[in-house]
Design a protein around this ligand. Structure first.
Ligand code: M6R
Length: 648
């Protein structure tokens, strides 16, 4: 939720901030703003710093705040001050207001794109927020849980608030504690606030310096010979640098155009290491596709291949990277999986797969439930947290809860160096590359691949499958990318079908076993981007209430790939059809009796039943995409949603 970017260096900051915010719009897009330091040595010595600064048109959303000088515009870049420009709506509004950043000169600034939590989307609630005496500007991602109490106290002390946000309390607290030492002021704020935060901070009397700090919300630092950066996520700065450091929890960073210093909460300087991000810039661009979602759907063969092939050698699954010996794996008596959203659906698939392959019982919980339910777990339970971003607040809290209770935690994570990756005892990376679209596709597919590998490795360690079975399964896993490619070749059939149903009011998905897990994902994908009400049911549940919702013309998608359950699902499809439903069947080639009941059938290549979810999900993703497209919706940025849910 919310994207932060910051730059200090030898170029104009505002265009770089806007460029970075564009890459972060997936994290929130109801308003955006930038704050740029004006005046001082850093700005005047920089390339392009002498550019004309035209600030005639003052508006509620554009103001210059300074380090104690009279209110108004600072001309000539000598008097230190901070100029803030904010706009409600998509980033393009801010771009227009600032002439693509050209009208806000200065070489050090911070920017923010917002996903509203406290206070409606509006100019006044958008970031950056600043203290009344105009010394500090702040951008924030996260939630300050005790903000009301702090706000009440500060109000009594004479501070006045103009927004409804939790973030404004941080700006005033910094102002209160700041007596010339930014690190000290930030450290005092850290002791005073509860909750989660990634903060980018400017002090008006320190032009050229950015301060940043984080607790439980992601923030990275990037460095280059042209200047230094902060960002919520790598794609924001990938165009400028790949040399990044994931700021450790509870650390403060000071950036100037040439230096980066890290401090702990006790204000002691600490050393941190930088690493090279190997994502290329193109991976975070649309590359000719109309939407990131479609591009990412098409990247699935590569993403699955990248995730699977390095872990298979000579027919065997290699799980060495988990740091668990065969004995450790054999000792696992139970698996507790936790995740949110689509990653939770991966866990549902994993339950079927792991239980069948390794005969290890698997419990699946929504992370938001697990963290508060005081779980009862066996001694040798392995807790597996699945997350694309590695920053989902509930998943991270579930991980911490499990660790607190003394369990070993394995993270299946896509973003390298993210919080879950760092805090888990073992990490299994999915190599999906950057996923930008809010609706996950390729990350989901790679998570499925990861749990297959885990199930096979565990099955082997427990002696539940032999070498021949392992070889057969791994060979088929390696064939999955090519099978996904074949489905993509038939996208026009799905597109044609989707156009007929883009004006539906309700769409249901039914399946059994593994196909039920896929149905859940198909339904979520559809509802999140098309805004069509949709639900998925284990088909056997229909008669227990849901079937009363079926009426003439309603679309029911039946997913049926498992031989032992095929006839049962066909019967359920007959039941809904006889009550007026229009039935779309999704099954494997060869199951042609589907056509006896379905009004329309989509076939996917044959595979081993345990891997079928990797194939059936692809037409369901395309269905959701084309239905949303048919409705003219912004597929990549569905309303009310953000890519990374770093608040509870
Ligand atoms: O980053 P995570 O995998 O932890 O995110 C979990 C969910 O928020 C995510 O899968 C969400 O449901 C997607 N928007 C679904 O497409």
């Amino acid at each position: 939720m919310c994207g932060i970017v910051g730059f200090t260096g030898r170029h104009q900051a505002a265009p770089i901030l806007l460029d970075g915010l564009e890459k972060l719009e997936y994290r929130g897009y109801d308003s955006a703003g930038i704050a740029v330091a004006q005046g001082g040595a850093a700005a005047s010595g920089a390339e392009g710093a002498g550019a004309a600064s035209v600030r005639g048109a003052q508006s509620v959303s554009r103001q210059t705040v300074g380090a104690g000088q009279p209110k108004g515009v600072s001309e000539g870049g000598t008097e230190p001050s901070i100029e803030i420009v904010k706009a409600k709506g998509r980033l393009k509004v801010l771009r227009e207001m600032t002439d693509d950043g050209r009208s806000v000169p200065g070489t050090c600034g911070i920017g923010h794109t917002r996903w509203a939590t406290h206070g409606e989307p509006s100019v006044v609630n958008s970031h950056p927020h600043y203290a009344k005496n105009k010394r500090v500007a702040v951008v924030h991602n996260g939630i300050i849980e005790n903000y009301q109490e702090i706000r009440d106290r500060l109000t009594k002390e004479g501070f006045s608030f103009i927004s409804a946000t939790d973030t404004e309390t941080v700006a005033h607290l910094l102002d209160k504690y700041y007596a010339g030492n930014p690190i000290e002021a930030i450290s005092r704020v850290m002791f005073r606030v509860r909750g989660s935060y990634a903060l980018g901070i400017l002090f008006a009397d320190r032009p050229g310096e950015i301060y940043a700090v984080r607790k439980d919300s992601p923030l990275i630092v990037g460095r280059s010979d042209q200047g230094n950066f902060i960002a919520s996520d790598v794609p924001a700065i990938l165009r400028y640098t790949r040399d990044v450091c994931f700021i450790p929890n509870l650390e403060i960073v000071k950036l100037t155009d040439r230096e980066i210093h890290f401090y702990n909460v006790d204000q002691e300087e600490v050393e941190e290491t930088f690493s090279q991000v190997n994502w290329d810039t193109e991976a975070a661009e649309k590359g000719g596709f109309a939407h990131f979602m479609l591009k990412e759907i098409y990247e699935q063969p590569k993403a699955v291949r990248d995730t699977v092939s390095p872990r298979i050698s000579e027919g065997h699954v290699n799980l060495e990277e988990l740091g668990m010996s065969q004995e450790d794996l054999a000792k696992v008596s139970r698996i507790q999986m936790v995740a949110c959203g689509s990653a939770y659906h991966v866990c549902m698939t994993a339950k079927y797969m792991v239980e069948q392959t390794a005969r290890v019982p698997v419990d699946v919980d929504l992370a938001s439930e697990f963290r508060y339910r005081n779980p009862v777990m066996e001694k040798d339970t392995l807790v597996v947290v699945v997350s694309q971003s590695g920053e989902t607040a509930d998943s991270l809290a579930a991980l911490r809860e499990a660790k607190k209770l003394g369990y070993r935690v394995l993270g299946i994570v896509n973003v390298v160096g993210s919080s879950i990756a760092r805090e888990a005892d073992s990490v299994f990376y999915t190599w999906a590359g950057p996923e930008i679209s809010v609706a996950t596709t390729k990350a989901y597919s790679t998570q499925l691949a990861a749990v297959y590998l885990l199930a096979i490795g565990l099955g082997r360690a427990k002696g539940m499958i032999d070498g021949a079975a392992e070889e057969e399964m791994t060979a088929e896993l390696l064939r999955l990318p090519e099978k996904i490619e074949r489905i993509l070749e038939e996208k026009e059939r799905i597109q044609w079908f989707a156009n007929k149903f883009s004006h539906s009011k309700d769409i249901f998905f039914i399946g059994r076993g593994l196909d039920y897990a896929s149905s859940l994902e198909g339904s979520l994908k559809l509802k999140e981007i098309s805004y069509i009400h949709s639900e998925a049911y284990a088909a056997g549940e229909l008669k227990h209430g849901t079937i009363s919702l079926i009426e003439d013309g309603i679309l029911v998608v039946g997913v049926a790939t498992q031989k032992s359950l095929f006839e049962k699902l066909i019967s359920n499809m007959v039941e809904v059809k006889s009550r007026g439903a229009y039935v779309l069947g999704v099954t494997s080639y060869g199951n042609y009796s589907m056509e006896d009941v379905a009004n329309y059938t989509i076939y996917v290549p044959k595979t081993m039943e345990c891997f079928a979810a990797s194939l059936t999900v692809v037409p369901l993703q395309l269905l959701a995409y084309y239905v949303a497209l048919g409705k003219g919706l912004d597929v990549d940025k569905p309303r009310n949603l953000a890519k990374s849910v770093t608040v509870e």
